[in-house]
Design a protein around this ligand. Structure first.
Ligand SMILES: Nc1ncnc2c1ncn2[C@@H]1O[C@H](COP(=O)(O)OP(=O)(O)OP(=O)(O)O)[C@@H](O)[C@H]1O
Length: 227
């Protein structure tokens, strides 16, 4: 019989649970004057949850800690059984690219590329083959088919929001994080963006975490965390 020895660091990193995302005892400070202590999250695969709170309470900070874009002073973020806080920066970037789709508060796209090319490059940067038919399918399902050749500057706010959703799901992540995905949209576009986001998450069986102060979303999410 062959025994496989696993480095201690690897054993520490792998937490055996079947949750898509759990956080515990997260503490973070930008500087010593403000310290944030965040409530624990427990989100099963395919579940949706919402982080609510007023402007400035730390919602973006919390999402960035979950995404591994910021390192906490202490605490754990377990995604797909991996304690991502312990990953080194290169590993964390690779993990994020493979497992997490992020919709940022301010959508930023490469301005000289078209909508289609912005999605292509998101796959390319994660060493994934650029399957043009997958991209076309996604653009169709987000009602952006006729914008495939448009540059971001030629698209409306609602269209850019839908393109952000497309970019977040193009690599088929297990976890989708969305920062204020609807707050700048009118009621019609808000409902449309929310439904698209939920439908995309359901198609991928991905967990969805939305951070927002948009109270219109509250009724859609029984799993709520208030900051
Ligand atoms: N890079 C930074 N350096 C220092 N302080 C920061 C930094 N980024 C954010 N902050 C501060 O941390 C606090 C929380 O910011 P954060 O963006 O997480 O809040 P938020 O709840 O997402 O706000 P909003 O709803 O307005 O987007 C704010 O007081 C903000 O000024």
């Amino acid at each position: 019989m062959r025994t496989i020895l696993m480095p201690v660091s690897e054993i520490l990193r792998i937490k055996m649970n079947n949750k898509a995302l759990t956080t515990s005892n997260l503490i973070f400070s930008y500087n010593r004057s403000i310290t944030f202590g965040f409530p624990d999250i427990d989100c099963a695969p395919g579940n949706h949850c919402i982080i609510m709170g007023p402007s400035g309470c730390g919602k973006t900070t919390f999402l960035h800690l979950i995404a591994g874009l910021l390192k906490p002073d202490s605490g754990e973020v377990i995604i797909q059984g991996i304690d991502t806080v312990r990953l080194h920066s290169g590993e964390a970037d690779r993990f994020r690219g493979k497992n997490i789709g992020i919709i940022y508060q301010k959508p930023h796209f490469i301005q000289w590329l078209t909508a289609f090319e912005n999605l292509q490059i998101a796959r390319y940067l994660n060493n994934l083959a650029t399957e043009n038919e997958d991209i076309n399918h996604l653009l169709r399902s987000l009602n952006l088919e006729d914008k495939a050749k448009s540059k971001p500057s030629q698209m409306s706010q609602g269209e850019l929001q839908r393109l952000s959703i497309a970019r977040a799901v193009i690599n088929k992540p297990a976890l989708i994080l969305a920062d204020e995905p609807t707050s700048s949209l009118d009621d019609k576009n808000c409902t449309e963006a929310l439904n698209l986001l939920k439908r995309q998450a359901e198609e991928l069986q991905a967990s969805l975490v939305i951070a927002t102060h948009d109270k219109r979303l509250l009724d859609h999410f029984p799993n709520r965390i208030f900051l």
